[in-house]
Write a protein that binds this ligand. Structure first.
Ligand code: GTP
Ligand code: MG
Length: 197
């Protein structure tokens, strides 16, 4: 799947603007700056496909990327602190939550967690929303290049403990780095394995 074509389809600012739900869809959610857009670039091997930035609040639309003929990868605006006006942030957060709760062809939400910081209360709120909406989600720890060997076990223990109480959680936790490429092959295989049945 990832050897084939990938292209930007559209950026959406309202639920009405969503493309027809006729493909397998997976999305990338998480706090602002956690590395959602960078992960899409690393997965597809296209550096500037999704715009990444050091400033939290870079992605402000629900961005659709067509992967082959069968899948959409969806880059979401982050939650938590964003370097943008409050009203604007509220608008895009509302859209992000409506999308997560109400997209019938959303097959899995990858919930990104910074490996240095672990699960935060705002992440729990999103996990509760996904539980209520019965959207299967899988945790992806990002920026593993920034932590030491001992830090891995510590963050994994914390994350496992938090995950235990969420009904919609997929048990396997992925360790990734868009910088070193750790976890990319695994994540590609998981996405390719989510087929249209
Ligand atoms: P918003 O769109 O603002 O919500 O952010 P985002 O989650 O899309 O994060 P983005 O991909 O824009 O990355 C934020 C910052 O983290 C950028 O400066 C990236 O270069 C950096 N970053 C992303 N992934 C990694 C990683 O695996 N390792 C390291 N060291 N830095 C990373
Ligand atoms: Mg982004």
């Amino acid at each position: 799947l990832f050897a084939g074509p990938v292209s930007f389809l559209k950026g959406v600012v309202s639920m009405e603007g969503l493309p027809p739900g006729d493909r397998v869809e997976v999305c990338f959610a998480g706090r602002s700056n956690v590395g959602k857009s960078s992960l899409i670039n690393a997965l597809t091997g296209r550096k500037g496909l999704a715009r990444a930035s050091n400033t939290p609040g870079r992605t402000r639309e629900v961005n659709f990327f067509a992967l082959g003929e069968t899948h959409y990868l969806v880059d979401l605006p982050g939650y938590g602190f964003a370097n943008a006006p409050v009203r604007t942030v509220e608008r895009w957060q509302k859209l992000m939550k409506s999308y997560l709760a109400g997209r019938p062809n959303l097959r899995r939400a990858f919930l990104l967690i910074d490996a240095r910081h672990g699960v935060k209360p705002v992440d729990e709120e999103i996990m509760d929303l996904l539980d209520r909406s019965a959207v299967t989600f899988q945790l992806v720890l990002t920026k593993t290049d920034k932590i030491k060997a001992g830090g891995r076990k510590r963050v994994l223990d914390q994350v496992r403990e938090r995950l235990a109480r969420h009904a919609a959680a997929y048990p396997e936790i992925l360790m990734t780095s868009s910088q070193t490429g750790e976890g990319m092959a695994t994540l590609r295989a998981i996405i390719a394995g989510i087929d249209s049945q």
